[in-house]
Design a protein around this ligand. Structure first.
Ligand SMILES: Cc1ncc(COP(=O)(O)OP(=O)(O)O)c(N)n1
Ligand SMILES: Cc1ncsc1CCOP(=O)(O)O
Ligand SMILES: [Mg+2]
Length: 204
């Protein structure tokens, strides 16, 4: 699985924003919307799953297992307060992608003790403070990110305030990629911003 440039949507995203990220070369898309009803999110997820399939890219749902299952999404991203990873894996089935947020090294140790095959990747952060997530945990910085990425039994993406200029640092930290909201969604040209992130990742 290519986690290199992992686009996490802002809330209530236009389909056209996801299309721009796909055209720019994003390797994973996560539909993250805390506000939409399940019904609205399932309808949008179905459209985006079809769109992402045209690019052969996985579309992952944030938080809601039922939405992931009902939409035919490729998987789910869960956080520390989104349930028990073993139970979520059982609900999702073995063929889906499952990612877990890790906010510190204590959580990493707990995660590392899970049965093999429970998780496909972790998202570690926030690396920096960010306005894209309310009440986020204390930022971990790049040194802790590197310790987590190097110790994790599954691939790790860095998330939270990560930008183009951080790509070499994130790659040197041992991450398999970076997960981004605003550096893509807030760009004047999200497709170009994604393309530049992909090019920088490949060059780093
Ligand atoms: C790739 C990735 N990593 C971390 C997160 C954060 O998930 P969580 O801690 O559950 O917070 P919310 O996204 O639900 O606000 C993520 N979404 N994606
Ligand atoms: C969902 C999430 N989880 C930790 S930080 C974050 C938001 C990252 O957004 P941005 O890339 O705009 O800082
Ligand atoms: Mg969550």
């Amino acid at each position: 699985m290519n986690l290199s440039v992992y686009f996490v949507t802002p809330h209530n995203p236009d389909d056209s924003l996801v299309l721009a990220a796909l055209k720019g070369g994003a390797s994973v898309i996560q539909l993250r919307d805390k506000t939409a009803s399940d019904a609205v999110l399932i309808a949008q997820a179905r459209r985006l799953v079809a769109m992402a399939e045209d690019f052969n890219i996985p579309l992952i749902i944030n938080d809601r297992v039922e939405v992931a299952l009902a939409s035919g999404a490729s998987g789910l991203h869960m956080g520390q307060s989104d349930g028990d990873p073993v139970a979520v894996r059982a609900a999702l089935g073995l063929d889906k992608i499952l990612g877990l947020s890790i906010e510190n090294e204590v959580q990493l140790a707990t995660m590392a003790a899970l049965p093999k095959g429970t998780l496909d990747y972790i998202g570690a952060g926030p690396v920096r403070a960010t306005a894209s997530k309310l009440n986020h945990a204390t930022p971990i910085g790049f040194e802790t990110l590197a310790r987590i990425a190097k110790a994790a039994p599954v691939p790790c993406v860095g998330i939270g305030g990560v930008k183009q200029a951080d790509i070499a640092t994130v790659k040197a930290a041992g991450c398999a990629g970076l997960a981004i909201v605003s550096a893509i969604s807030g760009a004047v040209d999200p497709e170009l911003a994604t393309r530049q992130l992909v090019a920088s990742w490949e060059a780093a």
